[in-house]
Design a protein around this ligand. Structure first.
Ligand code: NAD
Ligand code: UDP
Length: 363
């Protein structure tokens, strides 16, 4: 049980332990009758940076559904307005087109910091900008959290483990990252973002949370972002060959987006800083993934081998014991159940009103 102690200013934050800010829902609504009428709030005020992107937009859906007020800050580099358009009339929703590399001041209780291109094609497109987003952008959002006393959650990545020498990866593993490679703008950028997050926690007493997200898929992924699941699904629907890079024996572990969103919210609401691996331990080679896509969309889809990209991690699988034990979280949706949910969305977006030609099948 968390004890809430009121500090002298009734409008000020509530603390659990000296120096530690706490903003539980009950605390927010317990305003001691001293807040001027009309200023009482229900729910939390939540900032989601990168909220017009794939993961962010699903998180926004969940936060609004439970009654929070949500501000999305997004520069729409890889995000799309369409992802959040369905909230346009909601008075608890606001979207600001803004680049996190520039400072911004907003009054919020929680910050989910997602802003950063996530697919290798996007983050390698302008690597210096990727570093700036991860370092300057994260600094700006941590500065904001400190100034307004908000709790801050960083969406880090399994890429901090690089091409891992430990399998599966546990949070205590420090990783094997090439600091000068083409992926390092992202990997080292996220590692620095983790460092900044922990330094703000230690030196400024900021309440922080760190999630290390493993490969996630689902509706609203960018269709042409080059990630393996979006590529294979779009290719199978368009009757193009599935492009397997290298020998296809490298592995990834694929998590459905609703499982991730659940994990992120549990992490934010819980008491533990982390880092926590959030991923589905079901591990697949790229050839096995291609087979699942064939079974789901088109058993006749061809496979075409292509040269692999530099520094591609050979294997990846999360050890999620820590999240299971401390957050009471584990993913529920296996690949063969999650994939069809994404396929319908891709079908609608690729073909629009137009029905895919009969040959594309409708299974
Ligand atoms: P995404 O590209 O769909 O979303 C990222 C969002 O951030 C986009 O809406 C983009 O426009 C926005 N953005 C990028 N740079 C910005 C900037 N400088 N200022 C403001 N907005 C900016 O990617 P996603 O898959 O939704 O990933 C969300 C977060 O989760 C990212 O931080 C990513 O690193 C992390 N993550 C995702 C995965 C995954 O498999 N999806 C895996 C590991 C980590
Ligand atoms: N990959 C593939 N075909 C594609 C795209 C990617 O075989 O069309 C492979 C890629 O080489 C990597 C894995 O799929 O081994 C995952 O790549 P992705 O870009 O989705 O994410 P990553 O985990 O590398 O960030």
């Amino acid at each position: 049980m968390v004890k809430i102690k009121q500090v002298s200013n009734p409008l000020a934050r509530f603390s659990v332990e000296p120096g530690v800010h706490h903003h539980h829902r009950e605390a927010q609504q317990f305003v001691g009758g001293k807040v001027p009428l009309g200023l009482k709030r229900k729910g939390l005020r939540v900032l989601v940076t990168g909220g017009a992107g794939f993961v962010g937009s699903h998180l926004v859906d969940r936060l609004l559904a439970r009654g929070d007020s949500v501000i999305v800050v997004d520069n729409l580099f890889t995000g799309r307005k369409e992802n959040v358009l369905h909230h346009a009339g909601n008075p608890r929703f606001e979207m600001i087109r803004h680049d996190v590399v520039e400072p911004i001041l907003l009054e919020v209780d929680h910050i989910y910091h997602l802003a950063c291109p996530a697919s290798p094609v996007h983050y390698k497109h302008n690597p210096v900008k990727t570093i700036k987003t991860n370092v300057v952008g994260t600094l700006n959002m941590l500065g904001l959290a400190k100034r307004v006393g908000a709790r801050f959650l960083l969406t880090s990545t399994s890429e901090v483990y690089g091409d891992p020498l430990q399998h599966p990866q546990v949070e205590t593993y420090w990783g094997n990252v090439n600091p000068i490679g083409v992926r390092s703008c992202y990997d080292e950028g996220k590692r620095t973002a983790e460092t900044l997050t922990m330094d703000y926690h230690r030196s400024a007493n900021l309440e922080v949370r760190i999630a290390r997200i493993f490969n996630t898929y689902g509706p609203r992924m960018c269709i042409d972002d080059g990630r393996v699941v979006s590529n294979f699904v779009a290719q199978a629907l368009r009757k193009e060959p599935l492009t397997v890079y290298g020998d296809g024996k490298q592995t990834r572990s694929f998590q459905y987006v609703s499982d991730l969103v659940e994990g992120l919210m549990k992490l934010m609401e819980g008491e533990h800083v982390g880092p926590f691996n959030l991923g589905n331990p079901g591990e697949f080679t790229m050839l096995e993934l291609a087979k699942v896509v064939q079974d789901t969309i088109d058993p006749n889809a061809k496979i075409e081998f292509r040269p692999n990209t530099a520094d591609d991690p050979h294997k990846r699988k999360p050890d999620i014991s820590r999240a299971k034990e401390l957050l009471g979280w584990e993913p529920k949706i296996p690949l063969h159940k999650g994939l069809p949910l994404m396929v319908q969305d891709f079908r609608d977006r690729i073909f629009g009103d137009r029905k895919p030609d009969a040959a594309a099948g409708d299974n």
